[in-house]
Design a protein around this ligand. Structure first.
Ligand code: HPA
Length: 256
């Protein structure tokens, strides 16, 4: 069963036919909210809003370890993470959808591993390719079936937040090779990897990054709210197609 983690602009999944909700207690504390279970297009799925149902948990205070642990505990077969981001690369316009392929982690002080000296053997997970190739392919194929344009690949710069970046920081990220910037991509991706959960991200460009394009003199999200909402509508339809497509169903006779 796929799990969807929703970010800003996707705090509920209206196409999820809800069967029940469950508050999960974890060894790492409270997840951002109850996990919602149900069906999308006839297939089981679960949903968790990263910032809580009231959108009250800022990126640096999200309990990423509890969130991923809870989804793993409930037998998620993979995670699709949805988040809004700022576009650094000049061709990335507000409202566009990007499937990032790489990450640079600029966050600090977040609890970013399950192997933190609690008696577990020292473990160094491979993170060469942070996103799962098969899940990314399925997102691409679902989008193609719907004729929804998604941009394939890009380097995601994960920042600490909650403040936005300075123009010089964005210049630096670009020199480093980053194409988009967001505050929640890490440690979510690496915790999924530590748990062995396939993980892929759908990034929606909410704004030009600081100092770029329409954000040359500051970032004003309000004026772009409708663009974000329209793009999130497309993301919901991609998720519906992906979860509901026969490809994502387990082979006949196989139990999950
Ligand atoms: N920077 C960081 N995170 C973001 C941005 C941004 O410009 N837009 C949406 N999330």
């Amino acid at each position: 069963m796929l799990a969807i983690i929703g970010g800003s602009g996707l705090t509920t999944l209206s196409n999820l036919d809800v069967s029940h909700r469950e508050v999960v207690r974890t060894p790492y504390g409270e997840p951002s909210g109850a996990i919602v279970f149900g069906e999308i297009a006839g297939q089981p799925a679960m949903f968790l809003p990263r910032h809580g149902y009231g959108h009250t948990i800022p990126p640096h205070l999200v309990n990423y370890r509890a969130n991923l642990w809870a989804l793993h505990h409930h037998k998620a077969s993979g995670i699709i993470s949805v988040a809004s981001v700022g576009g650094i690369r000049s061709d990335l316009q507000p409202g566009e959808i990007v499937l990032p392929s790489q990450i640079i982690d600029y966050t600090w002080g977040r609890k970013s591993t399950y192997f933190d000296g609690n008696g577990a053997p020292v473990t160094h997970v491979d993170f060469t390719e942070p996103y799962d190739a098969d899940l990314r392919r399925r997102i691409r194929e679902a989008a193609a079936t719907l004729s929804v344009e998604v941009k394939e690949g890009g380097v995601y710069a994960a920042t600490q937040g909650p403040r936005l970046e300075t123009a010089a920081e964005i210049d630096r990220f670009e020199r480093d090779g980053a194409d988009l910037v967001g505050m929640t991509g890490m440690p979510e991706a690496v915790l999924a990897r530590e748990l062995g959960l396939p993980y892929a991200a759908i990034s929606v460009i909410a704004n030009h990054a600081a100092g770029r394009g329409s954000s040359a003199n500051g970032i004003r999200f309000e004026s772009l709210e409708h663009v974000l909402q329209e793009a999130m509508g497309k993301v919901k339809s991609i998720i519906e197609k992906l979860v509901g497509s026969p490809d994502s169903a387990p082979p006949m006779g196989m139990s999950v």
